[in-house]
Design a protein around this ligand. Structure first.
Ligand SMILES: Cc1ncc(COP(=O)(O)O)c(C=O)c1O
Length: 371
């Protein structure tokens, strides 16, 4: 059966369509006023000095690592329960990722595990705010300070979340955002690096644009760089989405609350926490943990038979074929046992009550069948 209820869907209104169309009526499709405005609006929203918009969250991670001078011989501590880009970009910068365990409640890096993973080559930590739940920033910032490590916040899944009242993305030396269409707000493809230090922002802009300095001629390159620019059309789309961010996040929170009610009383099923101390969650995905012993692939097959999409968020990075082949002998028992049971349900701003009821009913049946 084809998919009737997708896993995610963007929320685009006439305002976004008008903004993108207006750009098409100009002759400036790259490096123009939409980019400049989007950057200053992102910086203001996060309360940081500057934001450098790039072509993806992955590009943002790559440039953040390069800007902090991370390269050959260095190690960077990352979670394995995360999107693969957090490890790939470390490798692409010439360094080695070292995987650390997560906290079973927040699914974020466990500060004690991070401390155990610190060695003489450790240069940085990439802290991911997984599924929009802020990580334990007090302890992680303190660890970075104590061991003189750079801290990169990966807030790709967490725009608008807060820890101790402060926005995710405002803690690290640098922070990255991602705007893929499954995210809380989208630019189609896109990302950004948040920078509190103007020198970092200048380096990021140079690396994004083939190593050109801000006022340089098009054919003058101060260093080898990349084409990680984001088109004006995408920036215009992002600006409208950012203007609507409170509405977008409120809709997602309401959808999460509805699922928590609808999925009450399924024995052994763990629903995500709706509230956590010191944190404001920005709902990215709605991920349950199936009861122990339930065959997840059978559950997914039953949902698929009903036209309902679902996802295995996340398959641990260290267990991916590409990473196994690199000879990594890591064993992360907590990550592995949690990742075996997670299931992402259809979750997007405009998911209807009826769709959520249908998903909940299908999930009940699917779990009973897969016991
Ligand atoms: C935590 C995290 N980091 C990085 C990325 C990469 O972003 P992109 O897909 O825009 O390259 C994503 C999502 O896609 C993500 O969820």
């Amino acid at each position: 059966m084809s998919v009737r209820i997708p896993l995610s869907a963007p929320d685009i209104t006439e305002a976004e369509i008008a903004a993108v169309t207006a750009v098409l009526r100009t002759s400036r499709l790259s490096l123009g006023p939409e980019l400049a405005a989007f950057e200053s609006e992102l910086a203001a929203y996060h309360g940081v000095e500057d934001a450098v918009v790039v072509s993806s969250g992955t590009a943002a991670l790559h440039l953040a690592l390069l800007t902090l001078g991370i390269g050959a011989g260095d190690e960077v501590i990352v979670p394995s329960f995360a999107f693969v880009a957090v490890a790939n970009t470390v490798l692409q910068a010439g360094a080695q990722p070292v995987f650390a365990e997560i906290d079973p409640l927040t699914l974020n890096l466990d500060p004690a595990a991070v401390e155990r993973a610190i060695g003489p080559r450790t240069r940085a930590i990439i802290v991911v705010h997984t599924f929009g739940v802020p990580a334990e920033m007090d302890a992680l910032c303190e660890l970075a300070r104590k061991h003189r490590l750079a801290l990169i916040e990966d807030a790709c899944e967490a725009i608008g979340a807060r820890f101790n009242g402060r926005r995710a993305g405002s803690f690290g030396d640098l922070a990255v955002l991602g705007f893929y269409p499954n995210k809380q707000m989208t630019t189609g493809e896109g990302g950004a690096v948040l920078a509190r230090d103007p020198a970092y922002a200048a380096r990021l802009r140079r690396l994004r644009n083939q190593g050109r300095d801000a006022d340089a001629d098009w054919l003058d390159h101060a260093e080898p760089g990349y084409n990680y620019r984001l088109a004006e059309l995408a920036c215009a789309l992002g600006r409208v989405q950012l203007r609507r961010i409170d509405e977008l996040l409120a809709r997602r929170r309401e959808a999460a609350e509805r699922y928590n009610t609808l999925l009450d009383g399924i024995r052994g099923l763990e629903r995500p926490p709706l509230a956590l101390a010191r944190r404001e969650i920005s709902w990215f995905v709605y991920v349950v943990r199936l009861p122990e012993g339930v065959d997840r692939s059978r559950v997914q097959a039953t949902l698929a038979e009903n036209g309902i999409a679902s996802g295995r968020y996340f398959a641990p990075i260290h267990q991916q074929p590409a990473w196994r082949a690199r000879g990594g002998a890591e064993h992360l028992p907590l990550t592995e046992s949690i990742a075996r049971r997670t299931l992402a349900l259809p979750f997007f701003n405009r998911v209807t009550d009826e769709q959520q009821q249908e998903v909940a009913a299908a999930l009940r049946t699917a779990i009973a069948r897969a016991m």
